[in-house]
Design a protein around this ligand. Structure first.
Ligand code: SF4
Length: 299
């Protein structure tokens, strides 16, 4: 059994993304509704956490939490995997040199600089994130993943992904995995008139991105998007994730075990890639490519 302990540690955020996943978040650059560090450790101890478990630290923006350093340093003792989902803008405010490879930062990129800043709603956010990535890759032992989230602005302003891929050539650094996904429709995205990303469009971009990263000696993790155009995947054998997964969600006010039942899209019926179309949201798994092989794996 793989146990995942998922914490939303604050609902404050210093960005104002046009598709923000959390309507609980307050976008005023201050921590808000924080879970106490002591509460986290009490809870993990109670659950009998071991090195085989995974802890997820999310928000809001988790690096706004007033005790984030103390929290991450405290997690070292369990020797478990720790994933930190952050917009990357505040990384340089902290000293993460004591963290090991058990700690993995997952940082979103929304397009080249102008697109990225227009999605986050903060001028200069791209540069801050780039600086944070450099610090993590060059100054710490942590693993660093990029989550490249396809959105309607990339589709309209960078129609073959040329400019964003040039940024990966010149500027964006990471050392572990690229996550490929598309913007989800949320209450906030609808309010901001973001165009939904249709499967046909997503699929074309996924092919472009997959072809680019396939030769870069990094892991590719694909989820919550359409992969039908990635011809390379057809007839490839996928190694299934064998373990069962249980997700325990905790924030300041609630606790629940998340139900991982599968949500079937209509398009699945006739799709030749059905066995490789994986939703991290509903299954907690992704399609992973590494060194010529494909796997069903965790994000
Ligand atoms: S089932 Fe096939 S067509 Fe539907 S989203 Fe998945 S890959 Fe695309």
């Amino acid at each position: 059994m793989k146990r995942i302990f998922y914490f939303n540690i604050t609902y404050g955020c210093n960005s104002n993304c046009v598709f923000c996943y959390s309507h609980n978040t307050r976008h005023n650059s201050e921590s808000y509704n924080e879970i106490l560090v002591e509460q986290i450790f009490q809870y993990l101890e109670c659950q009998g956490i071991t090195s085989r478990d995974r802890v997820i630290i999310n928000g809001g923006e988790p690096l706004l939490h007033t005790k984030i350093e103390e929290m991450l340093i405290g997690l070292i003792q369990y020797k478990c995997e720790v994933l930190i989902y952050t917009n990357g803008r505040l990384i340089n405010n902290y000293d993460f040199t004591v963290l090991s490879k058990n700690f993995r930062f997952i940082v979103p990129i929304h397009g080249y600089e102008t697109i990225h800043d227009s999605v986050t709603g903060v001028h200069g956010s791209y540069q801050e994130t780039i600086e944070g990535l450099k610090y993590l890759v060059e100054g710490t032992e942590c693993l660093v993943d990029i989550k490249l989230i396809l959105n309607d602005r990339i589709i309209s302003k960078d129609p073959i992904g040329e400019k964003i891929l040039q940024e990966f050539e010149d500027t964006i650094v990471f050392n572990n995995a690229i996550h490929l996904t598309k913007m989800a429709d949320t209450i906030i995205s609808v309010r901001n008139n973001c165009q939904p990303i249709i499967n046909e469009k997503a699929s074309i971009f996924m092919q472009i991105f997959f072809d680019y990263f396939k030769n870069k000696n990094v892991k590719i993790k694909i989820f919550d998007t359409c992969i039908r155009s990635i011809g390379w995947l057809e007839n490839k054998e996928i190694r299934k994730y064998k373990d069962s997964i249980e997700v325990y969600f905790k924030d300041k006010n609630q606790y629940r075990v998340i139900d991982l039942s599968k949500n079937l899209f209509g398009c699945r019926k006739n799709c030749p890639l059905i066995d490789k179309c994986i939703s991290a949201v509903n299954e907690y798994k992704v399609l992973e490519y590494f060194e010529g092989k494909i796997y069903e794996n965790l994000e």
